[in-house]
Design a protein around this ligand. Sequence first.
Ligand SMILES: [Zn+2]
Length: 233
Amino acid sequence: MSIEEEEDAPLINSDQPNFFSTERNLNSIMGRFLNPDKQRMSKWILDMPRIWRLYDRVRGIALSRDRFQFIFKYEEDLQEVLKTGVWTQDDWGVVMERWVEDLPPNYLMFLLIWLRLRNIPVNHYTQATIKSIAKCVGQVIEFPFDENEAQSKDYVRIRILFDVSKGLRNSKEIQLPNGSMVKIGIDYERIRKRCFQCQRLTHEKPRCPYLPSVASISITLLLVYHLISALVV
Ligand SMILES: [Zn+2]
């Protein structure tokens, strides 16, 4: 066997307890940056214990350019951080979830976000209407709304689980039983930067894979030109 072949053989990791970090991971969260090109891992790891006001009760580990882990001393601190839902580094989103031993395929693919829905039609200002609108954005998780209580804000808050592979919608048009159309405005709490082309949280507009290419714009212009020429003749 050559040296290269020998080196290529995988290193078998021991099953001895000191080779496992499972015990330590029980009180930890895993996370990933949504736009790692614009986010700084070392700053995130060093700044967050102070921003969370947890100081020596938590420590971060940079696992890769975009993945990290935070290990907490106390369960309640971990819960408090997750409860906030959206955190950002350099204004771009960060997804975090509690550590689990076997990571499911959709792990770190969802953000817990509070929506603010505006312009709900007065004749349909009900829990059922509001929930059905929010479902167009994601799975409804929390909805502290009572139809019989005063509503002091000009929007309704509802918390959803948002699939970060999708773009955020800024509005949703609904058709009422009388046939009229209403546009519901949607805002997202604590979300800062996003792509202004496709509304995704993973890149800036200049890097958007959904931007119409220069080639397709040229072809469209050429078709329009031929169409106009044909009409003129
Ligand atoms: Zn985009």
